[in-house]
Design a protein around this ligand. Structure first.
Ligand code: CA
Length: 647
């Protein structure tokens, strides 16, 4: 045998454990390498030749043994596949999705002969990672913890939000993904709460790009996880919920039948923020768990509670907001907490019928509890058990209610994930859409559960009313949420508050710092297929007609979404398309005026309407002729905004 041939044969017969398994994105820009060394797994991610993740650990600890150590590669246990799927998101930031990715599956056995498969799916902008545990003899597993981590280069900075302690907040309702962000902090910066960080988390890879880390595919079969223990060398590790979440009810571990496919952890990567704004990875790697019982209709809603608060939970004020919805052509009114006491169930049936006579459908609020918070708002104990849920939803269907907003959930334990799933599944059986508040990040739910519409999981606009400090940061936050939270799921923020003081009479309350054009821009910027507006009846007479016209025609679902320009904490420009019509929304996060200059070829040569910052921070309107090069200059006032749309 010639030496060269001998070497070739030797190379082929090297134990698989000594070689990295590689999988690349279809365009070759993202490369994932999977390593087995001394019985333990790790992975690395590179993008356009730059390191995104250095050697990062993989594995799980379970009731049937460790899948973090003593692993042995299964002979011929590596397979690859090319994924090419088209699917539709009927009410999201994009309608028609084409997902192309290369998949790597690598199988290993542990000491007991049970199997761990590591799955990577790599598209041109995302890496998705999951585990599959199976056993020749065992039918169930308890997953106690994960070793999974993300090790960023030390020069990376993070845009990240802390996990709240269980039992904090209004009547013990936290954690609920409503915490402030740390912006551009070095990797390794500790969480102020000491409990790590919630998904998604954005990382800036020095001058080479960006990475958004999140999680999808979490159902009643797992827990919602988070990132903890950041180390000075850039490692963030996965943690399961705290025992104290959900008021102690339920385990903090995972119990599942075998085989078990875990949720997917996702890393969206780009040289710019475009892949992050435009990603669909949260829905790309999951499949619907049931068929929609009917065609659910997205739309806009009026909502008295936001600015008029608890005092408006009475029949006359709700009729006022039904009329406001009818005037604006909005499809819905959201009637918030304590309607069951303040209006009553009998009168509600009549109110729903009267609203429907004006082409306005009704969404009703519920407390999710139960035993997991002290929030006194009713209705309570209507959705926390299957018999109560079925009775309640049958009644809702009988009076023609179209959807529910369910508030005050107890955390990220599997028991809570199962409650979300049970509410959604039962609601679908009764033709009800669902929005969650005081809730976890929805992880792929727009596709998993076809009647899921939106979740809060952000410091939403209610905080403008609660504290001046939040109002002072409203503009800044708008430029963070658009690049971190909203890219992975619909966000029920509750946009467009045109009152100058955040109250009913505009005499007392927190003062709005942002401009009117800023507020209008948020209707496009913050994506939620059920969009609950902060508009009040006085706005119709106080604002110019072109503002009211804009409010009437702005859509809440989109055929396409594109990043245009921006930097988290400074400014954002995002474009969304509805049919033939593009809308560009911009906000300025800083307390100094600026002009954004960018090229948007789809509007080249077109005449567009620009609503911009005018005199006295009121909105002004003008026509703008975009040149053949598609260049647009948008002047933004301090904490201002703009929205631009083609005819
Ligand atoms: Ca809330």
């Amino acid at each position: 045998m010639k030496l060269s041939l001998l070497l070739a044969v030797l190379a082929l017969s090297l134990p698989i454990s000594l070689r990295a398994q590689e999988v690349k994105s279809p365009d070759g820009s993202i490369v994932v390498a999977l390593h087995l060394a001394s019985g333990a797994l790790s992975y690395e991610v590179r993008h356009q030749g730059h390191v995104v993740l250095e050697h990062s650990p993989l594995g799980l600890e379970t009731s049937i043994g460790s899948f973090s150590s003593d692993l042995v590669a299964v002979p011929s246990g590596v397979t690859t596949a090319q994924l090419d799927e088209r699917y539709t998101l009927p009410h999201s930031k994009v309608r028609d999705v084409h997902y192309r990715a290369n998949e790597l599956t690598a199988r290993y056995t542990n000491k007991n002969g049970d199997e761990l498969a590591v799955l990577f799916r790599v598209s041109d902008r995302d890496v998705a990672l999951a585990y599959r545990i199976s056993s020749p003899t065992k039918l169930r597993v308890v997953v106690q913890s994960e070793r999974t981590g993300f090790r960023f280069p030390v020069a990376t900075t993070a845009f990240i939000t802390q996990q709240a302690p269980a039992g904090d907040g209004w009547m013990g309702t936290k954690p609920s993904y409503e915490e402030p962000y740390q912006l551009d902090v070095p990797v390794g910066t500790k969480s102020p709460s000491g409990l790590g960080f919630t998904f998604p988390a954005l990382f800036r890879l020095g001058s080479t790009g960006w990475a958004l880390v999140s999680e999808t595919g979490v159902t009643g079969n797992y827990v919602g996880s988070r990132l903890v223990n950041p180390t000075a060398d850039g490692l963030y590790s996965i943690a399961f919920p705290e025992k104290s979440e959900n008021a102690g009810l339920g385990d903090a571990t995972v119990a599942a039948s075998l085989p078990l496919l875990t949720p997917w952890r996702t890393i969206t990567i780009g040289a710019t923020l475009a892949p992050i704004v435009e990603t669909t990875v949260a829905t790309d790697v999951v499949k619907p768990l049931y068929e929609p019982s009917q065609r659910y209709k997205a739309g806009r809603a009026t909502w008295s509670w936001l600015l008029w608060q608890d005092d408006s939970m009475n029949e006359p004020d709700q009729r006022t907001f039904i009329d406001l919805a009818a005037t604006l052509g909005y499809e819905y009114i959201l009637i918030d907490a304590v309607w069951d006491v303040a209006i009553g169930r009998e009168k509600m049936a009549k109110l729903v019928a009267d609203a429907r006579a004006k082409n306005v459908d009704v969404l009703l609020w519920y407390n999710s509890n139960g035993s997991w918070n002290d929030a006194p708002q009713t209705p309570r104990n209507c959705l926390d058990s299957a018999p109560a849920r079925q009775r309640e939803m049958a009644w809702l269907k009988s009076i023609g209610v179209k959807g529910i907003k369910v508030d005050f959930f107890g955390g990220d334990k599997q028991a809570t994930m199962k409650l979300y799933e049970d509410i959604l599944t039962e609601a679908n059986a009764h033709g009800l859409m669902v929005v969650f508040h005081g809730a976890t990040l929805p992880r792929g739910w727009e596709r998993l559960y076809p009647n899921f519409m939106s979740s809060e999981a952000i410091t939403a606009s209610e905080n403008l009313i609660f504290t001046q400090g939040f109002a002072d940061n409203e503009a800044l936050n708008s430029t963070v949420f658009s690049f971190v939270r909203n890219p992975v799921a619909a966000m029920d923020y509750g946009p467009v508050l045109l009152n100058k003081i955040f109250s009913r009479d505009q005499k007392q309350g927190s003062i709005r710092r942002t401009t009117d054009a800023f507020q209008l821009a948020t209707a496009v910027l913050f994506q939620s297929p059920l969009q609950h507006f902060g508009v009040t009846p006085n706005n119709l007479v106080e604002q110019p007609a072109f503002v009211v016209d804009f409010l009437k025609q702005v859509p809440s679902v989109w055929d396409e979404t594109r990043f245009v320009d921006g930097y988290p904490g400074k400014f954002v420009v995002i474009a969304r398309r509805s049919g033939e019509r593009w809308y560009l929304a911009a906000t300025n996060g800083e307390k100094q005026e600026k002009t954004c200059s960018f090229v948007f070829p789809a509007l080249a040569g077109k005449s567009v309407t620009l609503i911009h910052d005018g005199v006295g921070r009121a909105a002004a309107r003008r026509q703008l002729q975009v040149g053949a090069d598609g260049r647009i200059e948008l002047p933004l006032a301090s904490e201002g905004g703009a929205v631009l749309f083609a005819k």
